[in-house]
Design a protein around this ligand. Structure first.
Ligand code: MG
Length: 318
């Protein structure tokens, strides 16, 4: 049973409270808040030896633990408000804690997000953060709004974190000039908060790319009851990726995840408004394909349909 099976079997229930506007199954939950607002709530755990290597720098652990949560707020189009931190520590290492705190602050200060509570216990190193944001009711970006004919876009470049991981593991020789960039993309991803907020009145559905394009776009398709066709020649990859493409092919960009870019759909009638906001965002938004009828995700290359070997990251698989 995978993580989705566990949630479906044991935890997914119809909400008892009418103030739950959106429950389990999206990037974040929505709870009715004051004055027409909704609270946006999401939580994620990073475990040493699973999500980051044992001995990873405290700064990177702190930064990424918050970033992956903030990315889920971005995928909902939310404005970040604050966060809770549950820290499980094997020992009290003050130097490590200082760097961990600095990593958190590097992201939270730019977003005016305050740490408002949590818990600290002893045990194997793990970090759980619960991020809280807000959005006007009815304006949140969700996974279930994609319709046939919508265009599919992603922000930024895909596969950068994969290259960082593969380079660090000594499995792919990324040219020296790109090495620091791809490793930074793995350790310190940039959640697309401003982009998510700008897309609120434009995108019909959105998700952040934590598990890879195939898996995460798959969640939009399932929630929306539609299919998609992606043209892999349009897949946005960096010069670093181009440099190793003949070795790695499409799969790291499609299946590794950890890029924390946004994948979203835009209905044709909103394209003029979308083109209007484009110049504001340096990361770039790239058109990669279209929502179609059916329920399958078809990946096309110049030679035909492409079947990836890699799939999205899924705990408990196998
Ligand atoms: Mg997500």
């Amino acid at each position: 049973m995978d993580e989705f099976g566990i949630i479906e079997t044991f935890f997914k229930r119809r909400p008892q409270s009418s103030r739950v506007l959106l429950g389990i199954g999206d990037d974040a939950a929505l709870m009715e808040g004051p004055a027409g607002h909704a609270y946006v709530l999401t939580t994620d755990t990073l475990v040493a030896g699973v999500h980051f290597p044992d001995g990873a720098p405290g700064f990177d652990v702190g930064y990424k633990a918050l970033a992956v949560n903030v990315s889920d707020l971005a995928a909902m189009g939310a404005r970040p408000l604050g966060f809770l931190l549950n820290l499980t520590l094997p020992t009290v290492d003050e130097a490590w804690l200082t760097r961990f705190r600095d990593g958190l602050s590097a992201l939270s200060e730019g977003l005016a997000m305050d740490l408002i509570g949590g818990d600290t216990v002893r045990g194997p190193l793990s970090v759980t953060i619960t991020a809280i944001g807000e959005v006007l009711q009815g304006e949140a970006l969700r996974r279930d709004g994609a319709r046939v004919g919508d265009r599919i876009y992603v922000s930024g470049f895909l596969g950068e974190a994969a290259l960082g991981f593969l380079a660090r593991a000594g499995r792919v020789a990324v040219p020296e000039e790109f090495l620091a960039d791809v490793v930074a993309r793995l350790d310190r991803p940039k959640p697309r908060i401003a982009e998510g907020q700008a897309l609120r009145s434009i995108a019909s559905a959105a998700i952040d790319l934590s598990d890879g394009l195939v898996a995460d776009l798959g969640h939009i398709l399932k929630a929306s009851g539609v299919g998609a066709e992606i043209d892999l020649r349009r897949l946005p990859v960096s010069d670093a990726y181009d440099a190793v493409f003949s070795t790695v092919g499409y799969d790291p960009a499609l299946g590794f995840g950890d890029d924390y870019e946004l994948c979203f759909t835009v209905p044709p009638e909103r394209l003029p408004a979308f083109h209007h906001i484009l110049p504001r965002f340096g990361c770039g938004f790239h058109y990669i394909g279209d929502i179609v009828a059916g329920e399958s995700l078809v990946l096309r290359t110049e030679t035909g349909v492409y079947i990836p070997q890699a799939l999205g990251f899924n705990h408990f698989r196998g």
